[in-house]
Design a protein around this ligand. Structure first.
Ligand SMILES: [Zn+2]
Length: 317
C-alpha cells in the first residue's frame, strides 16, 4: 500500500465508497485483503464512528448556514495533528479529503508537508472530480486511481440480477446515471431524485420558451440557491448540458445516442427552431458558466449572461 492515493472520477462514480472500503481493508479484523464488512472495525467504519478514520470535506452546512466551499488550513492542521498520534482503535489511521480540489492553497501546502514525510501509521486519500485543480506537487506524491463510469450493459445486468430492478427501469436509470452507481442507488432509494429531475427539466423547457423577464427571474433564483447549495445549481446546469447535447445529436442525425429517449418528441420540436451553430454556442456557454462559478465569479452575473444568450426556441434564425 502507498501512503497516499488520489481517487479521481465524476460525481457519484464511487470514490467515497472505494475510500471507505480501503479504510476497512486496512483495519479489518479478518486480516489484509478484501474487507469482510462485518467485523466491529468494518462496521464502525461504515457507520462513520471509527476514531481513526476521518473525513474532511465540503458541502451543504448543517442548518441554514452558508455552504462550506473551501477546505481551510485549520481543518487540515487539526486532522493532521491527530494522525501523528498512534491509531486509537484500529491498525491504521485513514484521512479522507472529499473534494480535494477545494482545498485552499495554504491548506494544500500544509498537507504537502505531511505527504513529503508521511507518518508510518497513516494512509491519506484525496478524492476529486478534477485533478487539474490540485497542486502538481500534491499529485506527484499520490498514487492515482482513476474511477471510470460503468458500461451501460454491465450496469443494467447488475441492477436486474442483484437489485431486482425491472429491465426497462434499469435501462432508463443506467442511461440517466451515465454509469455512476451512486446516482442510481440514490434514485432507487428515493423517487425524489427522479421527480426533481423531471421538474428541473420541465422548468428548463419552460425557460427556453419564455421572455427575458422570466429568464432573469430564473437566473436570480439560481444565484440565490447557489449561496446555500452550490452542488444543486451545478447539477441543474449539467441537466441543461445534457439536454442541449441531445439537441445537437438530434440535429446531426445521431438520435440513437440521446439520453432523454423518453422525450424524443419534445427534443424534436425544440431542435426544429434552432441551428447547429446556436446549439454549439450555447453548450460552450454552459461550460463556461460552470467554470466561472468554480472560479467564484458573481453567480448572478454569470447566470444572467447565460440566460441572455439562451436561443429563443421556435424561431429559426
Ligand atoms: Zn472486517
Amino acid at each position: 500500500m502507498a501512503h497516499a492515493y488520489l481517487l479521481v472520477g465524476p460525481p457519484h462514480v464511487g470514490k467515497m465508497t472505494l475510500a471507505i472500503s480501503i479504510a476497512q481493508a486496512l483495519n479489518c479484523l479478518q486480516g489484509p485483503g478484501e474487507p469482510c464488512g462485518e467485523c466491529s472495525q468494518c462496521a464502525r467504519i461504515s457507520q462513520g464512528q471509527h476514531a481513526d478514520v476521518r473525513i474532511v470535506g465540503i458541502g451543504p452546512s448543517q442548518e441554514d448556514g452558508p455552504t462550506r466551499t473551501v477546505i481551510g488550513i485549520a481543518d487540515v492542521k487539526e486532522v493532521l495533528k491527530q494522525v501523528y498520534l498512534n491509531p486509537y482503535e484500529g491498525r491504521r489511521s485513514v484521512v479522507i479529503f472529499d473534494g480535494a480540489e477545494s482545498m485552499s492553497e495554504e491548506a494544500a501546502n500544509a498537507l504537502l508537508k505531511t505527504l513529503e514525510e508521511p507518518p508510518d501509521q497513516v494512509t491519506i486519500l484525496l478524492l476529486t472530480t478534477n485533478e487539474d485543480y490540485l497542486l502538481s506537487t500534491i499529485r506527484s506524491r499520490c498514487r492515482c486511481l482513476t474511477l471510470l463510469p460503468a458500461p451501460k450493459e454491465e450496469m443494467v445486468g447488475r441492477l436486474v440480477s442483484e437489485h431486482d430492478v425491472e429491465p426497462a427501469t434499469a435501462e432508463n436509470l443506467a442511461r440517466l446515471s451515465r454509469g455512476c452507481y451512486g446516482w442510481v442507488f440514490g434514485a432507487l432509494k428515493e423517487d425524489q431524485v427522479l421527480q426533481d429531475r423531471e421538474s428541473a427539466l420541465a422548468r428548463m423547457l419552460e425557460i427556453c420558451q419564455s421572455g427575458l423577464d422570466t429568464r432573469f427571474n430564473y437566473a436570480s433564483e439560481l444565484a440565490t440557491m447557489f449561496g446555500r447549495d452550490r452542488e444543486g445549481v451545478r447539477q441543474i446546469l449539467y441537466l441543461w448540458l445534457r439536454w442541449w447535447r441531445d439537441l445537437l445529436l438530434m440535429q446531426e442525425g445521431n438520435g440513437e445516442f440521446v439520453h432523454h429517449t423518453d422525450r424524443s418528441a419534445e427534443l424534436e420540436m425544440h431542435r426544429n427552431g434552432l441551428t447547429t451553430i446556436q446549439i454549439v454556442a450555447f453548450v460552450k456557454l454552459v461550460h463556461k458558466t460552470l467554470e466561472a462559478l468554480d472560479y467564484n465569479a458573481s453567480p448572478r452575473l454569470a447566470l444572467e449572461i447565460l440566460m441572455l444568450n439562451l436561443p429563443i426556441a421556435g424561431v429559426k434564425v
